[in-house]
Design a protein around this ligand. Sequence first.
Ligand code: 5RP
Length: 210
Amino acid sequence: MKPNLQIALDSQTLAEALETVREVGDVVDILEVGTVLCLQDGMEPVRALRALYPEKIILADTKCADAGSTVAKNCKDAGADWMTVICCATIPTMEAANKEIDQLQVELYGDWTFEQAKQWKEIGIEQVVYHQSRDALLSGETWGDKDLDKIRKLVKMGFKVSVTGGLDVNTIELFKGIDVYSFIAGRGIAKASNPKKAAQDFKDKIKEIF
Ligand code: 5RP
C-alpha cells in the first residue's frame, strides 16, 4: 500500500483553513483539523470540512490528554472519523476515547517507551504518529536514523505509523523502504506559494519512492 498524504490545517482561522482546503482537498487523502485550529475554533472546522467533504477521512488533532470519552464523542458528533491522544495520556483515557471514535492515533512526543506502545496495542489501538515537534525542529533537531529505527520498530509491532513534522517533498526520500502509513504535512503545503502544486508534488514523490 502506498502511504497516504494528510494535510494538517494548522491555520489561525477557519477562513484561512478553508482557503487552503479548497485548493488541496481533492489532492490529499486525509484532512486534519490541526491542534492550533482546534484550540482556536473548537469543533467548528470539523463540521465545516464534513459538510464540504462528506467522503473524506477527517481527523481532529486534539492531542487529548484526559476526558477521552467526552472529547471523542464531541469529535465524532462534529463529523470526525479519527482523533489523536497524546502519548502520556493514561490507558483508561485512551480506552475511553477509542470506544467512541472510529480510529484513535497516539501522538508520540517527548518521552514514551516501547513498553507503553505494547500496552496501546493490547487495548486495540492501531495507529501512532511519529512526530518531530515544531519546537524541536526550531531548536535544531532534524530527522535521522534515531527516528527511522524507532519508526521501523513500531511498524514491526504492527502499528500503522504516520510521520510528521517539518516535512517537505525531499524529506520523503528518507523513509524509503519503511511502511509509512501516512505523511502528514502542514506548512510544507499550506504555506507554499502554490499549495495545490505542493500537494501534487508530495503525491508524485510518494508514488516515485513507494
Ligand atoms: C503540530 C502538528 C502539525 O499539524 C503537524 O506536525 C504538521 O506540521 P508541519 O507544519 O511541521 O508540517 O501536529 O503539533
